[in-house]
Design a binder for this molecule. Structure first.
Ligand code: 13P
Length: 246
């Protein structure tokens, strides 16, 4: 049985006071019966590491550079994240693909850079509403995942995959458990053709997961946790999702 993972993606939210309250609120109600992580903006990695030190909660970042350290103004290397104790880094989030023109190849290179530094990449894939309506969901997510599988080679089994249908992100319009499960199953089949570890790999669902819909999504056989946006900013909601996963 795969242990579930619930990861919060704070996106570009937070300030010192709100972060402290949020992290204290989560710590105060653990343990949970699943792995739990928060992926925070870079400037807050340090205080997050201090707040979570000694707990079983993990932390990570929301992006990393594909490059080795060097002359890349504004970039943050995976090696730097490793120094902050990051366990995870999200790569290929649809907001980065959409607003920062990240290609499948760049996402794959970032995943590879993360793994090389001992950080587990949470690789996001997902189709837009137009792609879903045009019947392209399977082709799109397979293409996105295939680039990463190719780049990681025999290490592909070490990543976490997150299926995040773009039309469900921040919209309140959640995929039904059946819709999500069918994409997760085909992603696992694709992983299975590439690595012997596909049965142990975590495939998270993300997109308007909330306390009231988490249990039905998380009960699906191939949904191994959640990547949570809005609800990860409220300790009670995030904790409720973690409990549903445990
Ligand atoms: P919401 O939970 O706000 O829909 O965001 C999901 C997401 O993008 C997590 O990465």
């Amino acid at each position: 049985m795969r242990r579930k993972l619930v990861a919060g993606n704070w996106k570009m939210h937070g300030n010192h006071r709100a972060n402290a309250e949020l992290l204290a609120g989560i710590i105060g109600v653990r343990p949970f019966g699943c792995d739990v992580a928060v992926c925070v903006p870079y400037p807050y990695l340090s205080e997050t590491a201090v707040a979570l030190a000694g707990s079983d909660l993990r932390w990570g970042a929301q992006d990393c550079s594909a490059h080795e350290p060097g002359a890349y103004t504004g970039e943050v290397s995976a090696a730097m994240l490793a120094e902050f104790g990051c366990r995870y880094v999200i790569v290929g989030h649809s907001e980065r693909r959409q607003y920062h023109a990240e290609t499948d190849q760049l996402v794959a290179d970032k995943a590879k850079a993360a793994l090389a530094c001992g950080i587990t990449p949470i690789v996001c894939v997902g189709e837009t509403l137009a792609q879903r309506e045009a019947g392209q969901t399977e082709a799109v997510v397979k293409r996105q995942l295939s680039a990463v599988i190719h780049a990681l080679g025999h290490c592909a089994g070490e990543m976490v995959v997150a299926y995040e249908p773009v039309w469900a992100i921040g919209t309140g319009r959640v995929a039904t458990p059946d819709q999500a499960q069918s994409v997760h199953a085909l992603l696992r089949a694709q992983l299975g053709a590439a690595t012997a570890h596909a049965g142990d790999m975590k495939i998270l669902y993300g997109g308007s997961m909330k306390p009231d819909n988490a249990a039905s999504l998380l009960s699906q056989p191939d949904i191994d946790g959640g990547l949570i946006g809005g609800a990860s900013l409220k300790a009670a909601d995030f904790a409720a999702i973690c409990r549903a996963a445990g």
